[in-house]
Design a protein around this ligand. Structure first.
Ligand code: ADP
Ligand code: MG
Length: 151
């Protein structure tokens, strides 16, 4: 597994990293896992990424709904937050399994809460808060598609 590490001194660096990832064509069919503690910046990164992909208007944290869908030009982006997820049956009933079997961008916060249900990600990001606004971010490519997404 190939990895790359970035240092984000502030949120502007998070936004810049999101913009660079958004420019990769492979992202439009990738599954990206966002790991990190509460407040690490998973939702913030997802918001900057979705904005860079053309989402206008409010981007809600999907903490309560578990999933938010964003139809974009030529593909759909789905943003998941499995923090409150505890019902494996919901994975079928809410159509999450179908989403993960589809093309389009799948972004997932707290994927560990849906362990055993999710497929292997293409790219895994781990956000670690350091002092103040600084974050250390590790990108791991888990598939050939993920290789195309490494910074
Ligand atoms: P999570 O989804 O991981 O629980 P959030 O994205 O909701 O975390 O919260 C992260 C908070 O940290 C936001 O208020 C964001 O503005 C702030 N923040 C400060 N510095 C950074 C940074 N370098 N990268 C991302 N977020 C940052
Ligand atoms: Mg979050």
């Amino acid at each position: 597994l190939e990895t790359r590490t970035q240092a984000w001194p502030d949120e502007a660096a998070c936004q810049q990293s999101a913009a660079l990832l958004a420019a990769r064509p492979a992202l439009r069919r990738a599954f990206v896992e966002l790991h990190g503690t509460l407040g690490a910046g998973k939702t913030t990164f997802a918001r900057h990424l979705l904005q860079a992909l053309g989402v206008t208007g409010r981007i809600k944290s999907p903490t309560y709904a578990v999933m938010e869908a964003y139809p974009l030009e030529g593909f759909t982006a789905w943003h998941f937050d499995f923090y409150r997820f505890n019902d494996p049956q919901e994975f079928e009933d809410a159509g999450f399994r179908d989403v993960f079997a589809s093309q389009g961008l799948k972004l997932a916060e707290w994927p560990e809460k849906a362990e055993g249900l999710l497929p292997e990600p293409d790219l895994r990001m781990e956000l670690v808060p350091l002092d103040g606004d600084e974050r250390r971010v590790t990108f791991t490519a888990c598939t050939p598609l993920g290789q195309e997404l490494l910074p």
